[in-house]
Design a binder for this molecule. Structure first.
Ligand code: NFE
Ligand code: MG
Length: 483
């Protein structure tokens, strides 16, 4: 007989998530991911001035407000045909980049790592060390990571004015600026953050770590560093001993909108849809489905520009306040793993070929991106010229549609707005966790997390720690999902 396990609330995440699994013969045979609270931000937006999106949408979430600000500003920029001075590209990239780095750091040390200290892992060679470094709030590395996070927050203050809910992000640039003194301070604080990564997290230079371009080389680096080395070596050893490379296989389809716009019209991270190989991304192929979501509509799926948010609390068969976004009708995974594959990161591309998508590859992609971004941010800082403008005068006229696509810490984030008579007629937000934590669609296709959980071997149904690892490897945020 199947055992039903409900994890509700799933702890240490933003927002309210309920996960139900059915376990038979120690194997998950069915999984359900539910967003259990409705927030209604999309309904709040109708009838307001388009520029209000810059103030309201960041408040969708306390941990990715900068990403929502960037998406809203890009949607407005398209609707206004706005142009930005060069400095503003780098300022916005720094606001987005520092938010993502801060999020990845917090995810690893504060959200994911506490589960590694479980009694379950007593037999592993690294158990004592993992407990010493990663015990919640007290572990020696956790304390240091909290200090590094403080440095990241200071940088955010310098580039974005405040966090969360910076008001500096605009379609025509940033209202925050830098002079020589703030620029020098920011460079210094970023160096402090990099010091933490190099001394504690990696125990080698950022460049040496980023030069590792295959899984074989990663294992050689691990051997050379030894167990006393770094948090990264410890985590790598733990992943392999505990089998994190064999749990949490997702849909193996990935999407990235591309992010970090540059003045020459390119982006630092490329966009794409990956299914067996890389395809050009076309946002017109996105639809949100509502078969198992508490919403009513005459049709089962719509492109976000035509999206409808009409709650129906007692809808039969529904189990989530999240809609179910699909690309060409297919489930796709978004997030750091998707971005690293689409950016052709050599280490992650090799790892995914050797061990498929898993808790381990998902975690490594996130940590890899944290390191890549830290290096890139120092280059963006060098490009800022305090003597040049950061902001251009905006136009007060808007065309009929605005689309703002970017990459938040957890994955692809899109804002779609329809404007008529200079007011918002419809505003639809599709967040990363809506993609990853989505419920089934009308065809019964499970969302990525539901799929990743199904088939998992659960050693102890009273303490399903494997299930926790898999869910957390996606870094869910439910405040965003149900917005
Ligand atoms: Ni609420 Fe967010 C991010 C957005 S949702 S955290 O990153 O957008 O997944
Ligand atoms: Mg939405």
């Amino acid at each position: 007989m199947a055992t039903l396990i409900a994890i509700d609330p799933f702890n240490r995440i933003e927002g309210d998530l309920r996960v139900e699994i059915e376990v038979e013969d120690n194997t998950v045979i069915f999984a359900k991911s539910s967003g259990i609270m409705f927030r209604g931000f999309e309904r709040i937006m109708s009838g307001r001035s388009p520029m209000d999106a810059l103030v309201i949408t960041p408040r969708i979430c306390g941990i990715c407000s900068g990403s929502h600000g960037v998406a809203a500003s890009k949607a407005l920029a398209l609707a206004q045909s706005a142009e930005m001075p060069e400095n503003a590209y780098y300022m916005k990239n720094l606001i987005l980049g520092i938010e993502v780095v801060m999020s990845h750091l917090s995810h690893f040390y504060l959200l994911f790592a506490p589960d590694l200290t479980s009694q379950r892992y007593k037999g592993l060679s690294v158990y004592e060390k993992v407990n010493h470094r990663f015990t919640a709030m007290k572990g020696s590395s956790v304390v240091m990571a909290l200090n590094a996070r403080q440095s990241a927050l200071e940088i955010m203050g310098l580039v974005g004015g405040k966090w969360p809910n910076s008001l500096a992000i605009h379609p025509t640039g940033t209202t925050s600026t830098m002079n020589l003194s703030t620029l020098t301070r920011t460079i210094g604080i970023l160096k402090e953050f990099q010091d933490f990564l190099e001394k504690r997290f990696l125990n080698c230079s950022l460049s040496e770590w980023l030069d590792i371009d295959s899984f074989d080389k990663l294992l050689k680096w691990q051997e050379k560093s030894g167990h006393n080395g770094s948090d990264m070596v410890l985590f790598l050893t733990m992943c392999l001993e505990a089998g994190f490379d064999r749990i949490g296989k997702g849909p193996n389809r990935y999407m990235s909108y591309g992010a970090y716009d540059l003045p020459d019209g390119s982006t630092w991270l490329p966009s794409g849809f990956f299914e067996k190989r890389l395809h050009t991304l076309d946002q017109a192929l996105i639809k949100e489905h509502i078969g198992a979501s508490y919403f009513r509509d005459a049709v089962e799926a719509r492109h976000p520009l035509e999206g409808v948010t009409a709650p129906l609390v007692d809808k039969s068969g529904a189990y989530s306040w999240a809609k179910a976004p699909r690309y060409e009708g297919k489930t796709v995974e978004v997030g750091p793993l998707a971005r690293m594959i689409i950016a052709d990161d050599p280490l992650l591309t090799d790892m995914i070929q050797q061990m498929d998508s898993s808790v381990m590859t998902r975690m490594f992609a996130r940590l890899r991106e944290m390191c890549r971004l830290t290096k890139e941010m120092s280059l963006w800082l060098e490009k800022i010229n305090p003597a040049e403008p950061f902001y251009a005068s905006p136009s007060s006229r808007f065309s009929a549609t605005g689309i703002g696509l970017t990459e938040a810490a957890r994955g692809s984030l899109g804002h779609w707005m329809k404007i008529s008579s200079n007011l918002i007629e419809n505003y639809q937000v599709v967040t990363p966790s809506a993609w990853n934590m989505s419920p089934r669609d009308e065809r019964g296709q499970p969302g990525p997390v539901e799929q990743a959980l199904t088939g998992t071997h659960v050693a102890d149904t009273k303490d399903p720690v494997e299930v926790n690892h898999i869910i957390r490897s996606f870094d869910p945020c439910m405040s965003c999902t149900v917005h």
